[in-house]
Design a protein around this ligand. Structure first.
Ligand SMILES: [Cu+2]
Ligand SMILES: [Zn+2]
Length: 173
């Protein structure tokens, strides 16, 4: 009798847990970036689906003061330092050329530049207005990369933004 009660209790706890997991928001994903070469460099990037597209909020610290850095989603969710080549090319499911996120015809993963202030901190908010960008599941499992140099939005295939200095995986919370 007591055994049955305990079993019922366990089962109901399980059911409640499954229900909570199912209700966890799938409209927000996050990447925490670290750097193998610049120990102070850290960044948090939040991806949130909104009616207009995909809202991206990035905060970075530990950058060189007053510097500008190419900033992209890369197609492989693998951050192996120190060069992070493991992250592969830019996320480009629509087969476009590299460019500015403001252009319809750029890589899905092109997020422009992160611009650091005099303290080496960068804050960026933008909305990727691409139809395909609304499916956050496409972004989860990819990686976010910060580059050493500015993205010129012209050079192919990656905006001539130089070495990859930080990397982080995109995960649902
Ligand atoms: Cu990149
Ligand atoms: Zn690109």
């Amino acid at each position: 009798m007591r055994n049955t009660n305990i079993r019922l209790l366990l089962i109901s706890a399980l059911v409640i847990n499954v229900a909570i997991a199912a209700k966890a928001p799938q409209n927000i994903a996050e990447a925490d970036l670290t750097s193998a070469t610049k120990k102070d460099l850290k960044a948090e990037v939040i991806f949130q689906t909104v009616p207009e597209g995909l809202k991206i909020t990035a905060d970075a610290t530990g950058l060189t003061p007053n510097s500008t850095h190419g900033f992209h989603v890369h197609k492989v969710g693998k951050c192996e330092g120190p060069d992070y080549k493991s992250a592969g090319d830019h996320f480009n499911p629509t087969n476009m050329q590299h460019g500015s996120p403001k252009s319809e015809k750029s890589h899905m993963g092109d997020m422009g530049n992160l611009v650091a202030n005099a303290k080496g901190e960068a804050h960026m908010e933008m909305i990727l207005k691409k139809d395909e960008a609304k499916d956050l599941k496409e972004f989860a499992g990819k990686s976010v990369v910060i580059h050493a140099k500015a993205d010129d939005f012209k050079s192919q295939p990656a905006g001539d933004s130089g070495a990859r200095i930080a990397c982080g995986l995109i995960k649902f919370n």
